[in-house]
Design a protein around this ligand. Structure first.
Ligand SMILES: Nc1nc2c(ncn2[C@@H]2O[C@H](COP(=O)(O)OP(=O)(O)OP(=O)(O)O)[C@@H](O)[C@H]2O)c(=O)[nH]1
Ligand SMILES: [Zn+2]
Length: 347
């Protein structure tokens, strides 16, 4: 097969070397596809021959725990359908925890555009968290300050200097010359994901630099009977063959994180805890626990306590992550790094 047609989609040697040599030479072996959108009952992808709906086998369910938008997979054709056979190890992946579940949000990113606006949205702490996210998941962060036509950008840029980031741009969507430097990130085959609060101008930015979405081809339905076009894709390519990911998942990457806020919200439990026998009581099976006693006695709802614990757990997770120390999925990431260090060259 002709791998050069895949390069503008983000394909590189890094993925090629994960294919069996024999498969790269035959025409009817597994084919590479890049995941564009994941729906409940459908996965949209793009491959050598254009867009294609893929079938996800049982052992990759639930999909969102196994596959992210931007991932590369190998799929085999059986009876007119393409079945996902293998998920190629990603260069990087952004994931999110909701409760105990890990959800994959986006994969194989070259840049994370952290977008904020020169107004009340600007929040240094939030930017710090987004940066931590980028570093944690090994994606290069680029900070973009928007709406510089509405305010003096200088004080904002001064504050940004305290952040550990060198790629900073101040833009106004209506002034093309301010957007020009962003083209440095827009090489064919690159993938850019955007994060930032609602209303900071992400869509406007993408439309301005992306120069309009490439017309997506009609997708053949899974049963091969009908055709339909999808209008909003989670990953789309612009005319310059740059992939943008502006997914709801990325938008929901809220970065909560204030243990103090949680304690404030559960002041009743804090107060009870003062009466526990041990000052470091975890309110589990320890003797003399006032919290458990209150639950048993009916004065404290078990659900309320469970919510408290759940939030604390999430907060602890976020803090570990922000500190860059957590080891979840580290093995997988270490493997990805190993592969890339073996073969660095791109096409
Ligand atoms: N003055 C000014 N307005 C802008 C600029 N960029 C975006 N806007 C406006 O800000 C509003 C929000 O922009 P969007 O691009 O929809 O923001 P978003 O971040 O995609 O918002 P969500 O879709 O909610 O996440 C729109 O009314 C834009 O026209 C800018 O540089 N200057
Ligand atoms: Zn206790």
């Amino acid at each position: 097969m002709n791998f050069s047609t895949l390069q503008p989609l983000g394909w590189s040697n890094y993925f090629l070397q994960q294919m069996a040599l024999a498969d790269t030479m035959t025409e009817d072996g597994p084919r590479p596809f890049r995941i564009m959108a994941i729906y409940r009952s459908r996965i949209d992808a793009i491959g050598e021959a254009g867009e294609q709906i893929l079938v996800c086998p049982e052992h990759f369910q639930p999909v969102r725990e196994h596959i992210a938008v931007g991932d590369w997979v190998l799929a085999v054709k059986r009876h007119e359908h393409f079945y996902i056979d293998k998920i190629l190890v990603a260069k990087n992946r952004i994931e999110r925890y909701s409760g105990h579940e890990c959800q994959l949000i986006a994969a194989n990113l070259d840049y994370l555009w952290i977008v904020t606006s020169a107004n009340e949205d600007f929040n240094l702490k939030r930017l710090q968290r987004y940066l931590a996210l980028a570093y944690e998941f090994s994606v290069e962060p680029v900070l973009i300050l928007t709406k510089t036509d509405l305010a003096d950008k200088a004080p904002y840029l001064r504050q940004v200097r305290s952040l550990s980031i060198s790629e900073v741009h101040a833009v106004c969507a209506h002034q093309a010359e301010t957007l020009a430097p962003l083209s440095a990130y827009c090489h064919p085959g690159n993938t850019i994901a955007l994060v930032g609060s609602s209303g900071v101008g992400k869509s406007t930015l993408v439309n301005a630099v992306a120069g309009g979405r490439q017309q997506t081809r009609e997708i053949r339905d899974g049963d091969g009977k009908g055709k339909h076009t999808t209008t909003s894709r989670q990953l789309f390519f612009n005319e310059q063959q740059v992939a943008f990911i502006d997914t709801p998942g990325m938008r929901e990457l809220q970065l909560p994180g204030a243990g103090s806020g949680i304690n404030q919200a559960f002041a009743d439990i804090q107060e009870l805890a003062l009466s526990c026998k041990f000052s470091d009581c975890r309110h589990g099976t320890e003797p003399g626990c006032a919290v458990q006693a209150a639950i048993l006695g009916g004065s404290l709802s078990e659900q309320h306590f469970a919510n408290y614990q759940k939030l604390l757990k999430e907060d602890a997770f976020l803090q570990r992550r922000d500190a860059g120390t957590y080891a979840i999925r580290q093995e997988q990431r270490a493997f990805a790094k190993e592969i890339s260090s073996h073969k660095k060259e791109k096409w």
